[in-house]
Design a protein around this ligand. Structure first.
Ligand code: S3P
Length: 421
């Protein structure tokens, strides 16, 4: 039984930009105001960590005020910092902690303690940092000893904004310039925001260079809606016949808009309305109508621009005619869950013909999805993807942990009910 979606909604603030606003606000001079802040569990973890380092942060719903204390204004946390489920908090904050004059430790939930941190420890320790994985397995808990950093030229093996941002943040505390070259362009919110706060940062193709010791000045930032949250409604409206929705105020930064390009290649009916620039980020309203989709191939340099949307793109592929091949997406293996495994297991449970590969999957679209029990692996993006799948399933879809949507989209089910009403 398909359900049409109708209406106009706003999605919560961008998660990546919200984290960065807290972090740069904390190490800037003076007050930073974030409007449209994402009040989700991950960004709350970032707030809690900086509060533990003496930064006053007032946050109510989607408004946060950070009373920055300058580049050297953090104080030693008394307890281990807890990043919860947030990889962005863990990796970016490590870049800041690497250059402090105090000792700190950091840990997180079971998922975080399985995710690779050597990818940031390697470049940071090359800069002179003294970060150690306590269990020697390249994962959190991390112990970070005081260190004097020097700038390096780092060739990152992975197109990861978290690695890039971690190294750039450490570069603020280093002697000499720090540059990083990535194999494909990952999201550039750190670069845009560092410049807005007053950092000296230059860009040359896939290389970013930052100068140390700037005076960062607190900013007023309007956080745009998160395209990764909008993705669920883009998919839902596309696959549910008779749908027509508008998603207002969505960040369409070209390093994030891969889902729009892929959806279009699949035959989706999406219009970008009212394009504008808000706090240095491109924003638009998205008009989405249902459409018949066809399979496509997704690989190469587009992958980093849609990495978090692959679960819901896989669902669109399951509802499309023909085959979809996703490759070069090995990074999915080290997200909140092994998302290749999570997607393949759950789509298979719904009767979809799907084969996992080392770095992606092959999905053969079919006429209908069966009801199934979904193993979310406590992964918010898997929970939201399969909640959307329930709209086109011919039986009940039961999630083992729907509450994990609180990580990035606490109002997800309320918005779903609204669009269906
Ligand atoms: C993020 C970068 C991406 C993304 C994550 C958020 C960020 O991770 O998957 O959800 O805010 O920098 P990688 O940089 O590891 O690809």
């Amino acid at each position: 039984m398909a359900h049409a979606l109708r209406g106009k909604i706003q999605v919560p603030g961008d998660k990546s930009i919200s984290h960065r606003g807290i972090m740069l606000g904390a190490i800037a001079e003076g007050k930073t105001e974030l409007y449209g802040f994402l009040d989700g569990a991950d960004c709350r973890s970032s707030i809690a960590c900086f509060r533990q380092m003496g930064i006053e942060i007032l946050q109510e719903r989607d408004h946060a005020t950070i009373c920055g204390r300058g580049l050297h204004g953090l104080s030693q946390p008394r307890e281990t910092l807890d990043v919860g489920n947030s990889g962005t908090t863990a990796r970016l904050i490590s870049g800041i902690l690497a250059g402090q004059r105090f000792f700190s430790s950091l840990t997180g939930d079971a998922s975080i303690r399985r995710r690779p941190m050597d990818r940031i420890m390697n470049p940071l320790n090359t800069m002179g940092a003294r970060i150690r994985s306590r269990n020697g397995n390249g994962c959190a808990p991390l112990d970070i000893a005081p260190a004097v950093l020097r700038g390096i030229d780092y060739l990152s093996p992975v197109a990861s904004a978290q690695i890039k941002s971690s190294v750039l943040l450490a570069g603020l505390y280093a002697k000499g310039k720090t540059s990083l070259t990535e194999p494909a362009k990952s999201r550039d919110h750190s670069e845009r925001m560092l410049r807005a706060f007053g950092a000296d940062l230059t860009q040359d193709g896939l290389t970013v260079t930052i100068s140390p010791d700037p005076t960062l000045v607190g900013q007023k930032i309007q956080v745009p809606g998160d395209i990764s949250s909008a993705a669920y409604w883009i998919a839902a409206a596309s696959i549910s016949p008779g749908s027509e929705i508008i998603i207002e105020n969505v960040n369409v930064n070209p390093t994030r808009d891969g889902i729009l390009r892929v959806a279009k290649a699949m035959g989706a009916d999406i219009e970008r309305l009212n394009p504008r620039i808000v706090s240095r980020e491109p924003v638009a309203d998205l008009l989405v109508r249902s459409a018949s989709l066809r399979g496509t191939r997704i690989d190469g340099s587009i992958i980093p621009t849609l990495i978090d949307e692959i679960p819901v793109i896989a669902l669109m592929a399951a509802c499309a005619e023909g085959e979809t091949i996703i490759a070069d997406a090995r990074e999915l293996r080290v997200k909140e869950s092994d998302r290749i495994e999570s997607i393949v297991t759950n789509l298979s449970a719904m009767g979809v013909s799907v084969t996992g590969t080392e770095d992606g999957m092959i999905i053969r679209g079919g006429p209908s999805l069966k009801g199934a029990e979904i193993a979310t692996r406590h992964d918010h993006r898997i929970a939201m993807t399969f909640s959307i799948a329930s709209l086109v399933a011919d039986g009940p879809v039961l999630l083992d942990d729907p509450s994990c949507v609180r990580i990035s989209y606490p109002d997800f089910y309320r918005s779903l009910r609204f669009l269906l009403s």
